[in-house]
Design a protein around this ligand. Structure first.
Ligand code: AHR
Length: 667
């Protein structure tokens, strides 16, 4: 290694003899070298439903608590009517009741009983969504709800049964502005005792960031209501039950090569029977189970496995679902630190079958039991699942080992084509890290998931972390990482550059580091539970961080061959690093240079083995004078990438600004 670098340095010194200035440091890239094959899929995303990332976030549903399933198990003051208000217009009098004896589906046990004592100008319910419901003039919003006519007798204090079943209950659904102005409305009728789905489109006459949805009944009597939904038609790729366009686009713009989901800690849950169950997240919406998630709020599963896989397909990312290894989170619920609990062993066969069924759901033919569920949802083609995470930064206890091995063995026997990703604790080193890796090696697990949230300097001090990893064993997935500044709540340029430095190390070692994903991905303002995050948002806007730009620059400048790149003449401890790759698709050579110092650095760059003459250089620079800079919500970005084009010869000098990431794309 050392010898070839020295030869390269000597050669480039000759190559650059006569260059205008003798600069220090210098960077020599050997374009003639065969290089080493690396992962094309290095940069991806990790989606977890925390910080209201799914419901109230990426999932475009605008109604909160649409199926009346909230309970105090998520938050002490929550209940079935959280998010809902009784509306009594123009002398109307009514009550809200909770039904559970004629459920729409066993997975969806509760529903609203609306008891109208005096109709007045309408009695009903209003919902203001997740903080607010933004609507746009002229855009289409689909209202759906399930209902039947309920007979609200004396026990409800009602006027008595509405005897005449032949007379339907007239109802209005509308969007109202803050001032009560009606922006759109439609009339429907609820008839009969069978649950029936109603659908109508509302098109607001004006834009309103804080609208509310209202459903009003217009005669005395009762109706039962469930799955009351307001959904924009303008979703990402126009998908029904789809994703918020701006947020999904922000993720797509990263050009992620894979997506890990649905967590994180959310996967293994707060107790041994609280795992995320993928089966609760597929099939008709009204049959999906609402669930309190580990992060203390409700997930409808409306953004479920079908939607995750479809999104992956839409953005060209490989799906990487994660399942619990049969143990719950060691820190979750009321457990005391390492209070991990395992699923009782006699329940493991059924749990393992669920995991095998997941593979069949994704990859099985449309006439297989679970492939048919996928096909019924509109996707007879196979999803092509290849990677499956088992476990999430679990404590590597005997309970974990036993259950992980059971799952791994079953997958290996039934689906040897699936690449299982193991886990090695929440830190970059230590007991669980060592034991997790030891287990992966012992069982021959093909990939292992490492997590680290560390100070920025850690990345600079560990640039060569993966240089010494064995190439013969498991590959590495850096499933969660981020630089946390002293003030953890800020995504500064310093943290972004530290992550960029880390990424150069991943890329240089892309023959063993297969995947890497920053964490967490999304956070809604006002509901942010973890700092920092990659993309912040509110009801109407998306706020990418500087760190987002780093991920995007690496995602959009991937290569498949790492080229030898020797940086010399740096001062001890100088925060300066690089990687160089070739992209066989475009033929471009892409050099990434990170300068983490507060001063600019001039580097003499030499392209050894390059044909004579000029070549086009597209340089993209992400830089700021102060490493503490932050891109503030709603403000012009303090730091954003700037691209310029020029032509360079085989040797050139370039100034790399203070606190910068520079992408040099050589054509
Ligand atoms: O990314 C946030 C959390 O960090 C994840 O849920 C967990 O895996 C890790 O501890």
């Amino acid at each position: 290694m050392k010898t070839s670098s020295a030869v390269l340095l000597f050669t480039t010194a000759l190559l650059c003899a006569g260059a205008a200035a003798v600069a220090s440091p210098s960077l020599q890239i050997d374009l003639a070298a065969p290089g080493k094959a690396i992962s094309r899929d290095l940069v991806g995303v990790f989606f977890e439903d925390l910080n209201y990332a799914a419901d109230g976030g990426l999932y475009a549903e605008l109604i909160q608590n649409r199926s009346f399933e909230y309970t105090a198990s998520a938050q002490a003051d929550w209940g079935p009517f959280t998010g809902w208000k009784l509306v009594q217009n123009g002398g109307g009098v009514g009550q809200l009741g909770l039904g559970d004896y004629r459920p729409l589906h066993p997975n969806n046990p509760h529903y609203l009983m609306l008891n109208v004592l005096t109709a007045g100008e309408g009695v009903g319910v209003a919902n203001s969504g997740f903080d607010q419901i933004p609507v746009k003039q002229g855009a289409a919003y689909e209202v759906t709800f399930w209902a039947y006519q309920a007979f609200m007798g004396a026990k409800w204090g009602g006027p008595g049964p509405r005897i005449d079943q032949a007379t339907p209950m007239p109802v209005t659904v509308r969007l109202e502005g803050r001032d009560g102005r009606v922006l759109a409305q439609a009339r429907l009728e609820i008839a009969g005792r069978a649950w029936t789905k109603h659908t109508v489109t509302l098109t607001p006459s004006a834009s309103e960031p804080e609208a509310r949805f209202v459903l009003l009944a217009h005669e005395a009597g009762g109706v039962a209501l469930d799955m009351v939904s307001l959904f924009p038609k303008d979703t990402f790729k126009g998908r029904a039950n789809g994703l918020r366009r701006d947020l999904a686009q922000a993720i797509a713009d990263l050009q992620p090569k894979f997506m890990r989901f649905p967590g994180g800690c959310l996967v293994h849950g707060s107790g041994p029977r609280d795992f995320y169950n993928w089966k609760d997240s597929v099939g008709p919406l009204e049959q999906r189970r609402d669930k309190r998630n580990l992060w203390g709020y409700y997930q409808t599963h409306g953004l479920g496995y079908f939607e995750f896989f479809q999104f992956c397909e839409d953005i060209g990312a490989k799906p990487l679902p994660v399942v619990s290894a049969g143990v719950c989170c060691q820190h979750a619920g009321d457990s005391p630190g390492r209070g991990q609990e395992g699923l009782p062993l006699d329940e493991m066969p059924a749990y393992i079958q669920d995991i095998l069924d997941l593979v069949e759901w994704a990859n099985g033919p449309a006439d297989s039991k679970w492939g048919a569920v996928r096909a019924a949802a509109g996707h007879p083609e196979l999803f092509g699942l290849k990677y499956l995470g088992v476990g999430n930064e679990d404590a590597i206890t005997p309970a974990f080992r036993e259950r992980f091995k059971m799952i791994f063995d079953a997958l290996k026997a039934k689906h040897p084509e699936i690449v299982v990703v193991g886990t090695s604790g929440p830190f970059h080193s230590g007991e669980d890290f060592d034991n997790g890796w030891a287990l992966v090696r012992e069982l021959g697990v093909p990939m292992d998931d490492e997590h680290y949230y560390v100070p920025p300097q850690w990345f600079w001090d560990n640039l060569s972390r993966y240089d010494s990893y064995g190439r013969a064993g498991a590959q590495v997935y850096v499933g969660e990482y981020a630089a946390h500044d002293q003030d953890k709540k800020r995504s500064t340029l310093r943290t972004a550059l530290a992550e960029a430095a880390g990424l150069t190390g991943f890329e240089r070692n892309g023959d063993v580091v297969r995947f890497a994903s920053y964490a967490p991905l999304l956070a809604r303002r006002g509901h942010t539970q973890w700092h920092p995050d990659l993309i912040y948002f509110d009801a109407t806007s998306v706020y990418p961080t500087i760190n987002y730009h780093v991920q995007r620059l690496f995602g959009c400048n991937a290569g498949d061959t790492a080229l030898p790149a020797a940086l010399s003449g740096t001062a001890p401890g100088q925060r300066l690093t690089c990687s160089a790759v070739r992209d066989s698709v475009s033929g471009d050579v892409i050099v990434k240079v990170v300068n983490g110092e507060d001063r600019a650095c001039t580097i003499a760059v030499a392209l050894a083995g390059a044909p004579a003459g000029q070549r086009r250089l597209v340089a993209t620079v992400l830089a700021g004078a102060d490493a503490d800079l932050v891109n503030e919500d709603g403000q012009p970005p303090a730091v954003q990438p700037v691209t310029e084009e020029s032509a360079v010869g085989a040797c050139f000098e370039r100034v790399f600004p203070a606190n910068s990431l520079t992408i040099l794309r050589l054509r």
